[in-house]
Structures are given as C-alpha cells and as structure tokens.
Design a protein around this ligand. Sequence first.
Ligand code: ADP
Length: 328
Amino acid sequence: MPTSKRGEGRPSPTAVSAVGLRKSYGEKTVLGGIDLCIPAGSVFALLGPNGAGKTTAVKILSTLITADAGDLHVGGHDLAADPQAVRAAIGVTGQFSAVDGLITGEENMLLMANLHHLPKQEGRRAAAELLERFDLVEAAKKPASSYSGGMKRRLDLAMTLVGDPRIIFLDEPTTGLDPRSRHTMWGIIRSLVADGVTVFLTTQYLEEADELADRIAVLHDGKIAAEGTAEELKRLVPGGHIRLRFTDPATYRSAAEALREVTREDEALSLSIPTDGSQRELCSILDRLDSAGIEAEELTVHTPDLDDVFFALTSPANIPDQSEETVR
Ligand code: ADP
C-alpha cells in the first residue's frame, strides 16, 4: 500500500525529472530516451527484469556515470551543470554498497560522518542514533564482513542517512534477502517516506513495487512500457478469471462444452473463464455447471495483479495466443 504523505491540494515540487534520458554501451541501447517525473515526498519504483537498465538509470541520476543525452534534474539541480549540488542532495544505496567489511559497523558509520564533515561529537551522536534505529547496536562493534545480508543492507542505508539526504536512491534494496529481512527493509523505507524523504527504488519484485510505491514505471527494452499507480497498471490488463480444475478428463471435456468462452489447458485439465469478479457472474457459471451435472475439483477466482501487467508488458511473446483454444 502506498505510504507517502503528500501535501494536500498543492502539487508537490518535482524531486527527480528526466526527459529523453539515453544511454548506450557500444551498440547496445540500455536507456532509449526515457522520461520520468517524481514528485517530492513520494515513492517511485522502477520495475524491470535483470539487465533492463535499472542500475544504469540510478547510476546516471546519482551522478556516478553520465548519460549520453537527456534533460535531467535532481533536487532542483541540473545534473549536467551542477552534479555537486545533486550529490549533496541525495543518498544512494544498492548493489554498489559502500560498506567496508574490514571495519566494524560503527567505524563505517563514523567514516561516513567524517566524509560529511560532521563535527566529531555530532558524528558520534548521528552514528549512535542510526545504529539504534536500524537495530544494529549489538553488532556495532563487529566487523561488517560478519553481518548477514539484511544487516549489511541496513548498515548501508544507515550510512546513507548520515548526510540527511532528502532524495534516496535504493537500487534493488531487498534482492537476495529472506522474507523477514525484506519486510524489515520495507518498514524502514516507509519510515523514511513518513519523514518526507523521496524514494527512488528499483526492483525486480512486483510485490515490492505494489507494497511501497506511489507510482511504478515498467522498464522494458530501454523504454518505459507503462507508468502509473499499481491500480492503474492493473487496469491495463484484463487478467480476471475463474479457474476450474478437474481430475476426470471426461468431466473436463463436458465442462469445456457446457461453458462458453473458456480457455482450455488440456494437460492440466483446467479451464479459465474470463470474469469481472462479480457474484452475479460467478453464480451464472456455477448454475451452468450445475445444470450440466458437472462438479469441478477446485475453483479459484483470480483477479489481475502486477504479475499479469508485468508479463503482458515485458514478454508479449509469452502470452499464449488463446484464440484457437477458446470454445465459444
Ligand atoms: P539492471 O539493473 O536492470 O539489472 P543494468 O543497468 O545493470 O540492468 O544493465 C543494463 C544493461 O547494460 C545490461 O545488459 C548490462 O550488461 C549493460 N551494462 C551495464 N553496465 C555496463 C558497462 N559498464 N559496460 C557495458 N555494458 C554494461
């Protein structure tokens, strides 16, 4: 569920904007001219499979590498003209983690405070506060190399927050984490947003985008294939259906004949019937089965989710051509 608290009435200023962002590596176009507009105080998720160009986008917007083209602004600063000002406004954590495994969590934090030129005492205070907030007090005196994946991510994020950035880039913040650590990370991200921080996150996980993001952009083939709220994206695909599973092939065949507009999965002995999810439609399907004396082994109602959207947008070749299988 979206968690940001945007100002009522007035539109928020833009935290990140990109117009015509392009990047190629040799012959390979990674970002083929994408546009992004992220209001301050919101969570934006750039969603895409491995290799889609998510990290490239984050690296460009956080000044680590340069774009080939594009009008790019972060925190109100022009990325090309004033990358220093952008750097001062943002925090970045992700696959290119800043955590040094040879020193302790606390030393990592103090190093960060030094880099931000915080006076010694203030640095110690900030480090202690953040270690507490991220549940790292017990581990603070141990070398970071001994931390679990979840702890390293938390330390990485804590280090980013030393400079109190108002815009944070999180590159795949939960990739490789177990479900518990993932939920902890989600809680942390929500608390940042509650503090008014803008979060730009990349993820391969639809559930993560659905849980956290106000707006989601699906990156595919170097382009934004679709952009909107999770609900808007779900409306793009018709995925709602009722699925009936049978164990007896003869009953399966009779059901396929009794029902109109079904998609057959002969091997699985399953039938899918498109539906708007209403009780009326469900009753009418059950009535038809009843009057034909057919009983399904299992009935499930499937409402469209981000998975449907994602697969529809990113792999049209994978969507089976259902026209031939549809019995009318
Ligand atoms: P994602 O973060 O979505 O997994 P990346 O942005 O890391 O994707 O990579 C996108 C594409 O760009 C991949 O095909 C990757 O191999 C390529 N790529 C990334 N960095 C470089 C580089 N420095 N040189 C050449 N190709 C690169």
